[in-house]
Design a protein around this ligand. Sequence first.
Ligand code: PHE
Ligand code: NA
Length: 463
Amino acid sequence: MSKEENRGQWGSRSGFILAAIGSAIGLGNIWRFPYVAASNGGGAFLIPYLVALFTAGIPLLILEFAMGHKIRSSAPGVFAKLNKKYEAIGWFQTLIAFFITTYYVVIIAWSFSYLFFAFTGAWGTDPKAFLFGDYLKLGDAPSTLGNLGASLGGLNLKVAVPLLLVWGINYGVLRMGVKNGLEKANKIFMPLLIIALLVIVVRGVTLPGAMAGLDYFFTPDFSKLTDPKVWLAAYGQIFFSLSICFAIMYAYASYLPKKSDIVNNAFMTGLGNCSFSLISGIGVFSILGFMAHTQGVSVAEVSTAGVGLAFIVFPEAINQLPGMNGLIGGVFFITLIFAGLSSSMSIMEAVVAAISDKFKLTRVQALNRFALTSGILSLLVATNGGLYVLDIVDYATNQYGIVIAGILELVILGWFFNLESVRTYVNELSDFRVGKWWIWAIKGTSVLLVVILALKIKGEIAA
Ligand code: PHE
Ligand code: NA
């Protein structure tokens, strides 16, 4: 096998774009974006959000696509090519991807359980008590990191069994390679994901109370636009959502064919992801509006994000649905599952590609080593009390890891590297050319990330 064949290649342009959008569209689009938008100015949030998309999101996608394509390597290789001493930055990003994997797969496993519960009605009338007590078997919160071990208890089979399924799917897809695995899987998952989302939206907007939910989501509060925290929330959401600065897009772009329109691909990915976010916001908030309506409370009171939204509030709402609630509930968890799987594959690929590039291993050898270590670690999150582990890893990686990785990447590339040469490279490949503004977007974003980190450390912006 030639070196090129061993690395694998996307079979078609749409294959790459679907995979990149698949990576970008994840749990964050469904359970985080709507809440962040609603609580940061509603409709007015679209202004900082789109500004963040065009000044940071798309420029960084162009950068990562270009570097991965040019150097044909995963993150460590890209940075090593610039200068051997920068290789560590690529490994740092890879390490973040490794850690995110360990808990992200567990959330997908919960979604599989809940897909099943939607039909059996296992969560009963008190989904919150069910989640923490019956399903996660959560013990007392550990008061220090030191006594974390004691609160974990044994392996929770209710989580470990679906987790095995999640690993099985990811392992199978990655083992099949880029074209036959990742590309095919995304070509199946993404259309199904869109259909599932549309079912949720159509059901949602036709429910009583939906309009109040949408009002809450969209009504613009322009006064928020002068609050720097709102702008920081927009940039933060864009980074995580587009899967940038944690090694993924380098690996994916390294499988692009020689002739690839980098700029166009970046725009499609950025715009595709944001459209999905908006549509899922409509679905989520119309259902939250319905919830508020049935409980006779305000939408603000039921509005939440993350685990609470997906595994408590949604089950509560599903209980109240006027008909076919098992089916609609099932479709909601299918949405989470497909969005999650297409992201988990990408984050695993980032790590597997790095291992195989560095140690000259075949895909399968690298995959086996990765799956064994990451799989075992993920079991820690599948223990009773694993939610505490999840919170710690999630906090460390998302609040600090990605920001630090972003700073390292953008400072090195933006200020110590000739971005003009990348711009020329990109423009030779793309129909739509990028101007000098692109270089300033990268440099400016590096400064902004430093500000975000400083504010986080000072505790001035929400963790
Ligand atoms: N963009 C993803 C999301 O919104 C982030 C992510 C990608 C997380 C890949 C994990 C793996 O959920
Ligand atoms: Na995804």
